[in-house]
Design a protein around this ligand. Sequence first.
Ligand code: DOR
Ligand code: ZN
Length: 346
Amino acid sequence: MEKIEIIKPDDWHVHFRDNKILEAVVPETTRHFARSIVMPNLIPPIISGKDAVRYKKRIEKAIPKGKNFIPFMTVYLTENTDKNELKESYKNGLVFAVKLYPAGATTNSDSGVKDLRKVMPTLETMAELGIPLLIHGEVTDKEIDIFDREKVFIEQKLDFICKKIPDLKITLEHITTKDATLYVNEGNNNLVASITPHHLALNRNAILVGGIKPHNYCLPILKREPHRIALLDTAVSGNPKFFLGTDTAPHMTEDKESACGCAGVFNATYCLSILAQLFDNKNSLHNLEKFVSRNGANHYNLKTNDEKISLVKLNQELSFKKYLEVGEKKIKIFKPDFPVYWMVSN
Ligand code: DOR
Ligand code: ZN
């Protein structure tokens, strides 16, 4: 049987939510990942160091006994973010990074940024202190087509930030376009991008062909096949500017299968199996460790993990559990439309 061993991976973008969902989803991430950056888009959002510490404690309670797992906390950037409070929280290790959601871009982003100029002084302080900025890179203008929102964000907003504050450490998160791969690759050294397993596995047909598939609806929305190919080629290349951020985003099935379904794909459970298959299909398993365990840690100036994990290639397709139960309710587990043979064996 084919087997590979890699440094234990990290997930640089997760949504753990709160309460019952948090208790159900945290173990799905801690099973295979050593560290995660946790998104702050709760209701109400995590906007201060104090909020972040309280949320971190709730997450830590949900980590299964005996598992080593570190959640890195973020705060949600608003036009009222207090620079001095942020500085103190960062210096005291309460906050790891700051998340920029353009107002209205996605789930629980109403308190996000409407006017970028209003947050420039905060971004300048962050650059001085070395605080990473994590960006949901989509414009929200009504007149911009949903499939163009990432490209236009890069042209109109990201380029402006990168030119004005070249020293700022930026992660353009969950990229979905060839345009993003090119811009990040050619951009400032401290500009990097994360990529999700679902954007590597699917194109927009997966939402729209043969009936509407709400479980494949996420933001930024899946794009055309040439964009998926560009993302996959980039991920499997081992390029140090690109790494895994799963954007695992649990919603109850009833909230996805609805006349106004929520955006988000819950992919934590089989993420590494799916990635190993995608890299294997491209004869690039030798670069899997860079994408899932090395490149992100290097960008965030962290050591790679000491622990290792092994993956084995089965003789038959891996069988996927369909749902994660949350009390009476359930969350659909992401399964791509191609066969997966890889399984994490420890
Ligand atoms: O699909 C998404 N779901 N994209 C986001 O940016 C947010 C996330 C969520 O919180 O559900
Ligand atoms: Zn997200």
